[in-house]
Design a protein around this ligand. Sequence first.
Ligand code: ADP
Ligand code: MG
Length: 661
Amino acid sequence: MTDNVEHLEFQAETHQLLELMIHSVYSNKDTFLRELISNASDALDKLRLESFRDKELQADISDLHIDLEVDREQRVLTVRDNGIGMSRAEVVDLIGTLAKSGTAQLRKQLMETKPEQAAEELIGQFGIGFYSTFMVADKVTLTTRKAGEPTGTRWESEAGSPTYTIEEVADAPQGTAVSLHLKPSDDDDHLYDYTLEWKLRDIVKKYSDFIAWPIRMDVERTVMDGEGEDKTEKTLVESQTLNSQKALWTRPRSEVSDEEYKEFYKHVSHAWDDPLETIPMKAEGTFEYQALLFLPSTAPFDMFTREHKRGVQLYVRRVFIMDNCEELMPEYLRFVKGVVDAQDLSLNVSREILQQDRQIRMIRKRLVKKVLATVKDMQAAGAPTEDDAEAPADSTKYQTFWREFGRVLKEGLLSDPDNRETILQVSSFASTHATDKLTTLAEYVDRMQEGQQAIYYMTGESRQQIENSPHMEALAAKGLEVLVLTDPVDEMWVGSVPEFAGQPFVSIAKGEVDLESEDEKKASEQLREQQEKEFADLTGWLRETLDASVKEVRLTNRLTTSPACIVGDVYDFTPMLERMYRASGQELPESKRILELNPEHKLVTGLRDAFAAVKDEADKPAELAETAELLYGTAVLAEGSELKDPAAFARILAERLTRTL
Ligand code: ADP
Ligand code: MG
């Protein structure tokens, strides 16, 4: 032992989370062992791969395995592996800090959640693997030596302490040993006594049977020795392997229990919750592969951050090759977890090779089809979600899926034209048809009115903003259904997806919305011409007066109660899209919009008459121009946008109101 013990402090969030866990009544403490074995298994996978790639690596890979060691007197349980190990820096980095990418999120969550439920929820969300040991231990010691390095590192921390120690150790074997100084077991049933052989055996069988490496433990066996009269009992100690080591994906579905699938999912995806759907796949012939994919039941907290890692695990003939194989899963399916085991790839395969590989592209294509088909089946089945505490009682598996991942899946409408049709089919949208239910496009089309020739939609920041927008007036009056699209991604895809089932997508806030039937058109044509003449002077003058903000002023029949609204041309950016671009730091030219007037509204007819009265005066009263500004400003506010000069608007409005008193 050396005298170079360093005391380091946990990151504040980590300490807080540890505290929560120590005091939590998390119902399933056994899972700490699953986490340790899962880490050990990953470390063995990594070492095998590393020594395969790096022939110079000084590492013994002749007997890769996991050991469970019990010291019953001292109440110490050790989980040991002879895998890749960690350098000192890695220990500090990987063990000393937690949920790096999500620290800010974690902090927020810690402050918002109630203590009683916090541990369970946070454990579920952040997957606090290694730290789960503090549910059962007063003190945890981790000793590790990285394969190929001469010295090792010891990390130690006591439950509840804001600090941990790090020291160099000269004599550590290659790999990692995690020793838990177990809390006293206070229950009579020995339910939580992790020094008991049967207990450990049970847990391994339940949670880690499929682990590819042997999990061994020394067990005592009583045998009879000698013959006849001299027969005596003798205790032998022998090493036993506790797990069957059978790769789950190679076994037929009928032989694997749901429990086994669930535990495997937790291992591959480092998750703590159950999968929503399990998808086993097997392909024979030219491209032989087996896959076991999972749809999670909750979205990871970092799904929309750069740090989020996507992709499934790649194996080649049962040998682990890499985590997060992006080549096998497109960005918009980044929530899919699982493994793909390919038969005909080289063990030497690198990311560069994968990107070019025809076989990988074929496999990816099939995985995508299968995932989408599964979502479609879920949608068709409408089966209720099992044990998902967060979901409303009557929600279906599909609804849970859509709530968690719909926003991500819709990215595929842009990035995967080949599967666009299927994605449209499995998508759900909010609509004016019902406030509490989403609708599919097929359902929308079924409800379309006689003569309706488009799927109407409006994008915006909230349902309320869209529903109350002036653009909605004429459609509401005619009872036409409008899709209410509030996800940022909606802005992106609606512009580039032309139609569904032969019906074009039409924004009610862009271009001229044509809601009249042929007969109505004929009837209103004359009126329209008449109005256009009557208002020509006013619209022309408004166009000049508001030149800084408006490129066109015209009459509309889309309004029933509002005097005016703002619309864009079909190819213009919507205000929300503009804001998104600006928020992401992109420069955009100022865009001018179109001001539409409701010729039936008293404010508009009044303005027309007032304008006519002073039409020939060169110096038109300043009041008229102010009314024009107010008219335009209110229309901008009504669509949920911001005024360029809110102070000026407020001043004009206040003066005007004062005069009405
Ligand atoms: P996760 O497994 O989800 O990454 P953990 O908290 O379980 O989170 O582990 C954190 C990290 O510590 C692992 O990603 C790994 O890099 C490292 N680690 C943990 N246990 C071991 C081990 N037995 N051998 C090598 N590295 C380990
Ligand atoms: Mg882990």
